[in-house]
Design a protein. Structure first.
Length: 399
């Protein structure tokens, strides 16, 4: 066979496989921090490169015959990736969002479905003679046999589980982020959710395709037109999903601030050391160099106040009865209120004031200020100018 003819859908698979390998190689070479999340992302991309090649080898009308001439043992190598991309996605999201993530032996449980699938292929394919393997490939009988279809469907359903678990991680991250960060960029969470929903849609379409095959097996009749349409749609959605994921990796994921995955331990009785830490926190928060730290986090504030991070978070919860986000930003709003009311700061614009007290977004400052004070910053400044005497008695002086 001198030439291999590819149709348009084959070209999509080739482009997808090449793109995944190219981006994975760029990440391997260029990443400086050697973040674990990047390695999981590389693994996810490698899986989708293998999956694209598997689909091309297994279903390409001309290409599959060319590969068969080389060796029938090449036909299922890429199918193992269907049991790995879900775990890689889940571990990528975990390591991206939670800085205390570590690989443990328990993670080996993710490989159980892969091991079972490998055993299936040993007994139902690799253990056969080359003649028997070639016959199964040429007739595509193995693609519609009960053991293969059941395992194929199981891999697709497992991927949905991993997609849902990954969305759950983002939801948990959103709940816990206020314990660690003051300047929260909620757009990062929106992008993460959009990315995961796109991938979950891809996983769901593959699961629908597998379910239709199972239904055809039970009915002993396969609707080939429906299967072909679903399969081709999955190719194109996969190409779209991977491109969205790659775009977000280079444009958004690096800005995601990782936090601790576990909640703070229950409260303990206050002692002399606790009271000393409370004094350090109250005194330290009067210093603009502390509360206005850029991109302030629990760890940065703890270092500035010389208080252990976990103890600081515990004290915020038990003594100050708030979380980190509320504690820092309420203090910033109090300082902003004082400056807006003080004629000595009339030369400063509202933008200057909110930057100087530590906010890095005008919309976030305005929204939070109005929620706390009941007025926008400009309304508050005007009311204080009109009633300066009364307003000045109600707030403390600017730090």
């Amino acid at each position: 066979m001198d030439t291999v003819v590819f149709n348009f859908h084959d070209v999509i698979l080739i482009l997808l496989s090449y793109e995944c390998l190219l981006v994975a190689a760029i990440l391997c070479v260029s990443q400086r921090a050697r973040r674990m999340s990047t390695w999981f992302f590389v693994g996810f991309l490698a899986c989708h490169s293998l999956m694209a090649m598997h689909e091309l080898v297994f279903w390409g009308k001309e290409f599959r015959l060319w590969v068969l001439d080389i060796s029938p043992n090449l036909f299922f190598l890429g199918s193992y990736a269907y049991y790995l991309d879900g775990p890689f996605l889940y571990l990528f999201v975990r390591s991206l969002l939670f800085k205390d993530f570590t690989l443990k032996r328990l993670e080996c449980l993710h490989l159980i479905p892969l091991a079972l699938y490998a055993v299936l292929l040993v007994f139902n394919f690799y253990g056969l003679s080359n003649h028997e393997k070639s016959a199964l490939i040429e007739t595509q009988h193995i693609a519609y046999s009960s053991p293969f279809l059941y395992f194929d469907a199981a891999s697709k359903y497992i991927r949905i589980v991993y997609g849902v678990l990954s969305l759950g991680l983002v939801w948990r991250y959103g709940r816990h982020i206020q314990l660690s960060l003051a300047n929260i960029n909620y757009r990062d969470q929106v992008w993460l959710k959009a990315m995961l929903l796109t991938i979950l849609s891809l996983f769901s379409l593959d699961a629908v395709l597998a379910s239709v095959k199972i239904y055809g097996l039970v009915q002993q009749h396969f609707n080939m037109d429906l299967l072909n349409n679903l399969g081709v749609s999955a190719y194109h959605l996969n190409f779209l999903a991977i491109n969205i994921l790659v775009l977000l990796k280079f444009s958004r994921f690096e800005s995601v601030e990782a936090i601790e995955s576990e909640s703070i331990t229950p409260s303990e009785p206050e002692d002399a050391m606790t009271q000393e830490w409370v004094k350090q926190i109250e005194q330290g928060m009067k210093d603009p160099a502390v509360y206005a730290l850029p991109n302030i986090s629990l760890d940065k504030l703890a270092a500035a106040l010389d208080v252990p991070p976990r103890r600081l978070s515990q004290l915020l919860k038990t003594h100050f009865e708030t979380n980190f986000y509320e504690f820092v930003n309420r203090h910033r709003v109090d300082v902003a209120k004082a400056r807006l009311a003080d004629p000595a700061f009339d030369h400063q614009s509202i933008t200057d004031i909110f930057y100087n007290v530590g906010f890095n977004s005008k919309s976030v400052f305005n929204t939070y200020f109005k929620r706390i004070v009941g007025q926008t910053p400009s309304q508050y400044r005007e009311s204080c100018r009109a009633q300066h005497q009364e307003c000045g008695e109600d707030i403390f002086g600017a730090s």
